[in-house]
Design a protein around this ligand. Structure first.
Ligand code: FE2
Length: 291
């Protein structure tokens, strides 16, 4: 039933961007792509062997109205937040942080002998959850189920389901799927997707075909946004293909966005700015910080 296969609707090579206090990264999609990727707002792809590209980091800054999902592939990021969480995210680890009504945190890449690389995905929250109590999930890479593929590859399940294996991030209203897939040379895979959900692939390494029909191959670093359908088909070329596969239920609400704060109406952004100035932005703190 080829008709149900999704085709690639748009390809995004990413734009080189400076973020935080001076971190060089590639923004795969962001503000200009609202509402193409709904419920996803932004995907940053960072990777460098030169510490000067990342050491400045992301010092203390606020978030409200969204979730930020950091997935490290190489190197380490130290973090701390107003909920009292602190620690290090290392290779294979995931930090799924629900800012809700507001957190202030810092994310500081640590000097690495080799490369430091990873992804940060922003997930929008529906209006009724934007001011919810913040939540934090720190997942070690060893917490992630790995499903071996019969021809030699593997699927790491961060959120959603693959082959009846459910990922550790559950219960979110946009029903996200977030998979990290290794496909050996010349192997292919079909992934079912709910018909109404947004779906995209992010190529990490290798190259392959991501489309329903034979077309131009996708190379490392590209993001491929799918059109409608019920499943996608992906095939590796000569070498191993590693890619992220993400789906989610669109929210379909207005987006008012200023920096790290994403709400529905401009007045809500003004309110957040006022609260930041008057020290009333944080509604929920850790018990230690409250003293
Ligand atoms: Fe942040």
């Amino acid at each position: 039933m080829t008709a149900l296969l999704r085709s690639v609707a748009q390809r995004f090579p990413g734009i080189e961007t400076m973020e935080g206090a001076g971190v060089r990264l590639r923004r795969m999609f962001g503000n200009r792509q609202v509402p193409l990727f709904d419920p996803y707002l932004l995907l940053d792809n960072f990777g460098s062997s030169d510490p000067e590209d990342y050491l400045a980091g992301f010092p203390w800054h606020p978030h409200r109205g969204i979730e930020t999902v950091t997935y490290m592939l190489e190197g380490e990021v130290a973090h701390g937040d107003t909920l009292g969480n602190s620690g290090t995210i290392g290779p294979g680890d995931v930090q799924w942080m629900t800012a809700g009504s507001g957190i202030i945190h810092q994310e500081m890449p640590q000097r690495s002998e080799g490369r430091l690389s990873g992804f940060q995905l922003w997930v929008n929250l529906p209006a009724k959850e934007k001011m919810a109590v913040p939540a934090y999930r720190g997942l070690s890479g060893t917490d992630l189920p790995i499903v071996p593929l019969e021809h030699g590859g593997k699927v790491r399940v961060i959120a959603g389901t693959f082959d009846r294996v459910v990922g550790p991030v559950r219960g979110l209203s946009v029903d996200p799927t977030y998979l990290d897939i290794d496909l050996p040379a010349h192997a292919s895979i079909e992934l079912p997707t709910p018909r109404s959900h947004t779906a995209f692939s992010q190529v990490v390494n290798g190259s392959g075909s991501f489309d329903a029909a034979p077309g131009p191959r996708a190379s490392p670093g590209e993001t491929l946004l799918y059109g409608p359908g019920e499943r996608v088909r992906i095939a590796a070329e000569d070498g191993t293909l590693r890619f992220l596969f993400v789906t989610g239920r669109p929210i379909g609400e207005p987006v008012a966005w200023y920096g790290p704060i994403v709400m529905n109406r401009p007045e809500e952004l003004n309110e957040a700015a006022r609260e930041l100035q008057t020290g009333q932005f944080i509604r929920h703190r850790s018990p230690i910080l409250e003293e």
